[in-house]
Design a protein around this ligand. Structure first.
Ligand SMILES: Cc1cc2nc3c(=O)[nH]c(=O)nc-3n(C[C@H](O)[C@H](O)[C@H](O)COP(=O)(O)OP(=O)(O)OC[C@H]3O[C@@H](n4cnc5c(N)ncnc54)[C@H](O)[C@@H]3O)c2cc1C
Length: 380
């Protein structure tokens, strides 16, 4: 076994770390407070090639691997959960399904601009009455001549307001056994009938755009169906497996940031005539945080490595997402505790880490759903 990063992986991590520290970090508090999507930052990330890290050069990408991409998400997540979430969603949920399942024409038209960072994409699965039970989708797509006509509603879709294309799932027919066939469709932005609004006031990841999509007689050409017309359900399960690695990486970033802030503060803060880092109660919290961050990172990178080796990574991605997101929440909570009253104040940032980390236990499959995925893999 070799736990060393390659030279390319090290270089990309350093480049992303420098960018995150120099450009995103100074804006992180404001992005959260104003709940403003940092469109200009995403333009710069696109120019740096960050949006194309895991895609081949022939499709406008950087030809990197999943490990490199996970390192990049961690670095961005470490300074800003909102930017990290929008980045992870743009690559793992927006662009990746087109890369995995798209036809050559679809890759040329939709993937290349995304990988080059000329725009973002979204993945619309969740509906008001179909969350964890995504198979219960009510959105319908009906074939009329050369077009599909789509009607329905999607909620909480990351980046949709800023997306150049949105892939949505819809019921497109019935199997012989009476079950719904679910397909995925690529809908270009500005297609008539698609209304996107962002009406939500969120607890955390406030600078990540979260949108509602109403689809009213949206017509897309037949050729915009993604991959196997009868395999939309399997495709999105695979897409979510990949996405879980990036949510795990984002969680590691927030957990690491919590540890860094808590450690620095503990050394600096004096009570009873000494640094609070001299108290064993504080040391034990920091020791647990450091151990859990490292374990979470190892699990995320293992899942990413398995994906890169084209091995089965579904269970490991669930382990990584579950453990890292719960670690992230615990670490942020402990960081607040170590900061005492100051931790409760926005200025010290750790309260933002907690609010951002909470989303990671919910999005792309809740913690309960991750445990179900793992239990199924165990043969339950
Ligand atoms: C900020 C944000 C961004 C998001 N971005 C996207 C996006 O880009 N694209 C997208 O498609 N979706 C997105 N989502 C939706 C997200 O994936 C869903 O919120 C998530 O899958 C859970 O669905 P739900 O909220 O409907 O909860 P529900 O499914 O209603 O679950 C409610 C509770 O019941 C539990 N539960 C449900 N079923 C079971 C079961 N079988 N066994 C045990 N417990 C169960 C859940 O774990 C949870 O605790 C986003 C959500 C948020 C908040």
């Amino acid at each position: 076994m070799n736990f060393e990063l390659t030279k390319e992986q090290e270089m990309t991590r350093k480049m992303v770390r420098d960018f995150a520290d120099g450009v995103i970090r100074p804006r992180a508090i404001e992005i959260d407070q104003k709940a403003e999507f940092p469109e200009d930052i995403f333009k710069e990330m696109g120019q740096l090639g960050l949006l194309g890290i895991p895609f081949p050069e022939e499709y406008g990408g950087a030809g990197g691997d999943t490990v490199t991409y996970a390192l990049a998400v961690e670095e961005i997540g470490k300074v800003c959960g909102s930017t990290g979430l929008s980045y992870a969603a743009a690559v793992s949920l927006g662009a990746s399904p087109i890369y995995y399942f798209g036809t050559e024409d679809q890759k040329q038209e939709f993937l290349i601009p995304l990988a080059k960072g000329e725009g973002l994409a979204s993945f619309g699965l969740t509906e008001p009455n179909a969350g964890s039970d995504a198979g219960g989708t009510k959105t319908r797509a009906e074939l009329q001549g050369d077009h599909y006509v789509i009607n329905g509603e999607k909620c909480w879709i990351t980046n949709a307001e800023y997306a150049r294309s949105i892939t949505v799932t819809a019921v497109s027919g019935k199997r012989d056994d009476g079950k719904n066939i679910i397909s995925a469709f690529i809908i270009p932005k500005d297609t008539p009938g698609m209304k996107i609004t962002s009406p939500y006031e969120k607890m955390g990841v406030r600078g990540s755009n979260t949108s509602e999509i109403i689809l009213e007689d949206v017509r897309v050409p037949k050729q915009n169906i993604l991959g196997d017309p009868t395999g939309g359900f399997k495709q999105f399960l695979y897409t979510l497996d990949g996405g879980r690695i990036s949510i795990g990486a984002l969680a590691v970033g927030i957990a690491q940031a919590s540890l860094d802030k808590a450690l620095a503060y503990a050394k600096e803060r004096k009570q009873f005539g000494q640094s609070i880092s001299n108290f064993q109660a504080i040391q034990f919290k920091l020791a647990d945080m450091a151990m859990e961050v490292e374990l979470a990172r190892n699990m995320v990178l293992k899942a990413a490595w398995l994906k890169d080796q084209k091995k089965n990574f579904s269970k490991e991605a669930a382990y990584a997402k579950l453990f890292a997101s719960e670690t992230s929440f615990r670490s942020a909570n402990q960081a607040i505790q170590i900061h005492g009253g100051y931790g409760y104040m926005q200025e010290y940032e750790v309260e933002r880490y907690l609010r951002d980390a909470k989303l990671l236990e919910i999005g792309e499959g809740t913690s309960e759903i991750q445990r179900l995925v793992i239990a199924r893999q165990l043969g339950c």
